[in-house]
Design a protein around this ligand. Structure first.
Ligand code: GLN
Length: 393
């Protein structure tokens, strides 16, 4: 008899396909407005597009240095210095990656051993679950509770143990829209130091804020040498398809991260790195304008959702609105999300995809507002029909 081996490795069993990307495919199939996956439908700034074209025409078409083009690492070091007063050595502390997605996996693979615990604030961006599974980490979840959307000090304290290797912190937060304040970050910093834990921060929405300041955890006392800071060009410059992200970390951690990154991807797209380096020079005026534009879109979608009976929660940052859908008589967020696509023609992300246990997100749906006013207005009009259609079901 032939020996039958399991074809798929066990690590693939611990997670499912991305629900966010599934919703994108579903709405493309049925036709409708995609307010599910967070990618802008408006053009990237002409400066960054022109710079990319120049780089390609200038034959920057071969591998960049594995850990990033020198021009981009220099631009990043300058930017972190100017905006946050961080002292970043571009030679030893920066790794340019294929988006924040690869950055998170590379960082975790570099620091987490199978069986290590990783503290994750919940709800969380759905990638962190699979990221932990790929590393063989054991996630320990700490709730961010409605309505204040703060975590409880005691619950966070309890989550840290001698087995904790890392904590993942995402601020501005996807999906809650929270921008964590100094007091909250100080508690995380204190626990990291007390338990010798590394903080891995996802700061991809750092320039999309409506309230509060962005405080990189790395800038808090004692945190520079135990924080891995991740960000990306995707949301800041509306180029989610370029796959250019980066990691800022102490030299010792960077050395390990660069090895993982090298053998996973070799490097991020070379000409696009040149373009991001140039775009970073747009600096504060550009970042402020970005937030102002998103603030207007936030008002537009929030108003429409409120009128349509979705009980939206106003975000402080990032470009998502979480809604309470319990009023529509569905008891399953995924069924509701599918129904909304086929019957109303608008896609959102079911709340359960942001929780470790689906029942915790049953009443929630996330919409993004990184779309033009016209699309948001159209979505608003369609959503207005939700109540009637749900009642007639
Ligand atoms: N971060 C975006 C979101 O939450 C996009 C996710 C993705 O598909 N990479 O929708």
């Amino acid at each position: 008899m032939r020996l039958a081996k399991r074809r798929l490795a066990e690590r693939t069993a611990g997670f499912t396909e991305s629900v966010i990307r599934e919703m994108t495919r579903l709405v493309a199939m049925h036709g409708g407005i995609n307010l599910a996956q967070g990618f802008p439908n408006f053009p990237a700034p002409s400066e960054i597009k022109d710079a990319a074209k120049r780089a390609i025409d200038g034959d920057v078409n071969q591998y960049a240095i594995t850990w990033g083009a020198p021009s981009l690492r220099r631009a990043l070091a300058r930017t972190y210095g100017e905006l946050y007063g961080m002292d970043v050595d571009p030679e030893r502390m920066i790794t340019v990656t294929c988006g924040a997605t690869e950055a998170m996996v590379s960082a975790l693979l570099a620091i987490v051993d199978p069986g290590d615990e990783v503290v994750v604030l919940e709800p969380f961006y759905e990638n962190y679950g699979p990221d932990a599974a790929i590393c063989g980490a054991r996630p320990v979840y700490v709730p961010i509770r409605h309505p204040a959307l703060r975590f409880e000090e005691e619950e966070l304290r309890r989550a840290f143990s001698p087995r904790t290797k890392a904590v993942i912190v995402n601020t501005p937060n996807n999906p809650t829209g929270r921008v964590f304040d100094r007091t909250e970050l100080e508690l995380i910093a204190e626990l990291c130091q007390e338990h010798d834990v590394i903080a891995v921060t996802d700061e991809i929405y750092e320039h999309i804020r409506y309230e509060g300041a962005h405080i990189p955890l790395a800038t808090l006392d004692g945190m520079a040498d135990r924080t891995i800071t991740i960000s990306s060009a995707s949301k800041t410059f509306s180029v989610t398809g370029w796959r250019v992200g980066w990691i800022v970390a102490p030299a010792e951690l960077t050395a390990g991260i660069r090895k993982v990154h090298d053998f996973l991807t070799v490097g991020a797209p070379a000409p696009l790195q040149e373009a991001v380096a140039e775009a970073l020079a747009l600096g504060r005026p550009y970042f402020d304008k970005l937030s102002a534009g998103y603030r207007a879109r936030r008002e537009l979608l929030f108003g429409a959702l409120e009128t349509a009976g979705f009980s939206p929660r106003l975000p402080q940052g990032a470009y998502y609105i979480l809604c309470d859908i319990s009023g529509f008589g569905f008891h399953d967020d995924t069924a509701f999300a599918r129904w909304l696509i086929t019957e109303v023609g608008v896609a959102g992300v079911p709340g359960s995809s942001f929780f470790s246990r689906p029942e915790l997100g049953r009443d929630l749906l996330r919409f993004t507002f990184c779309k033009t006013d016209e699309v948001l207005r159209d979505a608003g009009e369609r959503l207005l029909t939700t109540r009637d259609r749900a009642d007639r079901r």
